[in-house]
Write a protein that binds this ligand. Structure first.
Ligand code: ASP
Length: 352
């Protein structure tokens, strides 16, 4: 009897110790897994977009396609130079977006779309995934690089979002370049406004759609060698907007979001939907709460939730391991990414 009791205790002890060594080895696996995953993280990664919409090959001239692609490659290169030389994601995002803001092809900075009153009102935002600090400006008309104004709000104010005259005054005091509002005007955007106004005439409708349903907002998300993720977005908003309408681009959680633990996101599309569905934050939240990958989370929001709601657009995002997704429910999206030894630019849905 005594011997039998001894045997039971012995077996129990054996079981317990095998459980705990199982736990230990699981723990070890997790640690090893994390280390491996971290080692797999590229030195840097960066993804950009320059708007989504009805962008079809049959409507694009060869010259235009070339110009768009060249601009996207050059923007990627501007950011990559910083990242590969050990610069921060914040600087890479600023330089890349400034580059895109200077190109009249895109709806941000020079080349921004016109409001109903015939002016250019711009919005921009930035978020730092390490500190969860953020900054944004809305409805600004004379700041050459709205993305830099958003960064100044993040770094040098107690606020997240400044709009209109106040944002302009703050930016001037911060020493940012202020330009004559005429600087932003371009012929093709002016024509687009006339086209939409002509369509609207006599119908009594108030429309703020782009006539050819092409957006052109620009955005960038970067991961640097320190593991920090930063996301930024800059736009002129939607053609023919009025009443100081502000879209999703300067709204943290709607058009832009970043969190080192999940991902960084920059959106483009019909802003009202992106605000209502808190799109950028939703992607991060889905990852955080369900363990979904960045691609799965983006698909859920853009291809399921927004499609159901009839909200058009897309987003670019990357996670802490440099996994990238460029997801859109429109015919096309100007987009691209870089990682060490990898470079991609695409426009249409089936661009590989
Ligand atoms: N999302 C922007 C807005 O609604 C437009 C765009 O992405 O082109 O203001």
């Amino acid at each position: 009897m005594k011997n039998r009791n001894f045997l039971v205790v012995f077996i129990l002890l054996g079981l317990l110790s095998s459980c705990s060594s199982q736990k230990q080895s699981n723990k070890l696996k997790t640690v090893v897994g994390e280390v491996e995953a971290k080692e797999e993280r590229p030195k840097y990664a960066m993804v950009i977009h320059a708007g989504a919409g009805t962008i079809l090959k049959e409507n694009m001239t060869e010259d235009n396609e070339y110009n768009y692609k060249r601009a996207l490659y050059a923007a990627l290169q501007a950011g990559e130079v910083i990242l590969e030389n050990g610069g921060t994601a914040l600087l890479a995002v600023e330089v890349t977006i400034k580059y895109l803001e200077d190109i009249p092809l895109f709806n941000a900075g020079k080349g921004a779309v016109f409001t109903n009153a015939g002016i250019n009102e711009m919005d921009a935002s930035i978020m730092d995934g390490n500190t969860l600090n953020a900054g944004a400006v809305g409805g600004v008309t004379n700041i050459k690089h709205p993305i830099s104004a958003a960064i100044k709000v993040m770094q040098n104010s107690d606020h997240v979002l400044l709009v209109g005259k106040g944002a302009e005054e703050f930016s001037a005091k911060q020493g940012l370049e202020i330009v004559d509002p005429e600087y932003f005007k371009t012929e093709h955007r002016w024509e687009a406004l006339q086209k939409i106004k002509a369509k609207e005439k006599g119908t009594g409708a108030i429309s703020s759609e782009n006539p050819d349903f092409k957006f052109g907002t620009v955005g960038c998300v970067a991961l640097d060698q320190f593991g920090n993720i930063v996301a930024g977005t800059s736009t002129g908003g939607m053609t023919n907007k009025r009443y100081n309408r502000i879209g999703d681009s300067p709204i943290i959680g709607a058009g832009t979001y970043a969190n080192n633990n999940t991902c960084g996101v920059s959106c483009t599309g019909h802003g009202e939907f992106f605000i209502r569905y808190a799109v950028a934050h939703d992607v991060s939240a889905i990852m955080e709460y369900t363990g979904a990958t960045v691609e799965e989370a983006a698909n859920k929001v853009i291809m399921e939730k927004l499609v159901k709601a009839k909200g058009s657009g897309g987003l670019v995002a990357l996670d802490k391991y440099g996994n990238i997704t460029m997801t859109f429910n429109t015919a096309g999206m100007y987009r691209g990414y870089v990682k060490p030894g990898e470079r991609y630019v695409g426009i249409y849905k089936d661009d590989q």
